[in-house]
Design a protein around this ligand. Sequence first.
Ligand SMILES: C[S@@+](CC[C@H](N)C(=O)[O-])C[C@H]1O[C@@H](n2cnc3c(N)ncnc32)[C@H](O)[C@@H]1O
Length: 305
Amino acid sequence: MSADDDIAAKEAEALFKIHGVDQRSAELAFSHPALGGEDAPVRMRQDGSTSKAFVPGTSTVIWPCAYSLGDYLCDATTAYRAKLGDGVGDATEAARVGAVTADTVAVELGAGLGLGGMVAARLGARHVAITDSTPAAASRNVQANGLGNAHVSELWWRRAAWRRAPKRDGDESESDIDDEPNEVPTAEDAVKPLLASLPDGRAPHIVIGSDICYSQGKQEMQALVDTLAAMCEPSRTTAYVVFEDRGDCCWGTLNHFWTAAESAGLVGDPTPVEDVEIDGKKRSGPGRHNDSERLLLRLTKRAAA
Ligand SMILES: C[S@@+](CC[C@H](N)C(=O)[O-])C[C@H]1O[C@@H](n2cnc3c(N)ncnc32)[C@H](O)[C@@H]1O
């Protein structure tokens, strides 16, 4: 192929992509050496932008953060297993470094096609609960991949009754939600059936989410964070959320997310996906071309005082 042909091919490929990923074709595949490489991908069906069932900005298509999350779980699990040797590992300890063991209980929020949760299931987790407000696409994919350890259910993010993010100086983004009546059910009520369905009825070791903070307002971020917090147990659960910078609105949303996290007792830090280290070393996995536009947020819940 000549240099000109190569440039033309790259341009054609870029045109086919939306947000840096293929949001058009009906079939997608995610592969990683930790899952057996290209011969054993996680397969996904999406209602892409050429399908009548396409709903822009929603669960019907893949978002780039999902690939970054899948890569991270695979890379972290590979490194954790290498360190363990013949050992069994501990699911709480593994979750702290993003890894999955045979005892791991995982929950995915806002799963869309369900890639993050399906990767956790393929890595051998004991039980993966994949949730979304519209879980049809994830349900179809989990079934098609034959994942008996992954369970899909509908879960809407809800606000908690017991705390509200404080309004900060200069924040003119919406009415002050402190003054609004509580919704029923609360985040704690909403997650109860899901928590009860997990092994031993206990909180998960790991909660994951990709592209669940994008262009929403303060109230929705409070609802997401309250749901996340209601799912986390201090000293047991670690949460990972992959965020993508798709323009100005996303940074405002991320700001709402952190303010809400603070009020919900979640502490954490963001790391650019490209700079995430696995076991103190630069990642050796495949990586994605625009990982630099994404952050991996790692969160844990403070113990109540
Ligand atoms: C941008 S998509 C990301 C989907 C998927 N995680 C990915 O990375 O490909 C955002 C997802 O969050 C879900 N979502 C948005 N608001 C929600 C809410 N209030 N409760 C539950 N899920 C919600 C949507 O249905 C959608 O699947």
